[in-house]
Design a protein around this ligand. Sequence first.
Ligand code: CIR
Length: 253
Amino acid sequence: MFTRAMIKTPCRNMVNGISHANLGTPDHALAVKQHERYIQALASCGLEVIVLDPDEAFPDSTFIEDTCLVTGSVTVITRPGAVSRQGEIHAVTQAMARFDRPMAAIQAPATLDAGDVMMVQDHFYVGLSDRTNAAGISRLKEILAPYGYTVSPIELTTVLHLKTGVSYLENNCLLAWGEFVTKPELAGFTILPVDDTESYAANCVWINDRVLVPQGFDKTRDMIENQGYETIAVDVSEFRKLDGGLSCLSLRF
Ligand code: CIR
């Protein structure tokens, strides 16, 4: 169960964020409104939401998930794979320091985006991606081992981050799209396969037995509800324009 979330307000400069989506430029005012509704959704799941100020120096900084991995025992500050994002770690380091958990960091030449990290109880699947390198995965393994956590890599071929294509919904249940439906590493889970027309919805967020789903992907929402979950739909169209999914917008702990 989670009790808190940390989230970072999108800055005006988000219009200059990294994007391969070809969906146009995000509307900042609309993004701020969508962000407010996302905060309400987190609060409705019983979380205390800590909101960090926007930072114009970092267009992608609203995607706070990539900068930090919060486990039950240790907080790991990452070293994002995109150079323009590496300075985002300072604000999150400061904000996480007030919590009573040991902190560790990924250091050069290692890179790791926590959007590539999927936590399944005490095991962490980590995407080997354009953003997360082998050194990043080794370093994470080294940091987590003393706490009894294990780490294994999953090579990515089509998506930006591991959790772009697969989300753990607890209860041994995985929401998966494309290459992740048949990955041998993920055999053994109950797989909910996301339709190709709704691939964006493969990134959902389990929070205390509810699942946040992106608005407008009804096949996926129905499939998750048929599995017995209550869902909350949140419109994140402006963040999608920057290749960001629902999970990227928050840290849950
Ligand atoms: C980036 O390319 O880094 C941002 N525009 C989007 C990051 C999305 N984060 C995520 O999927 N975990």
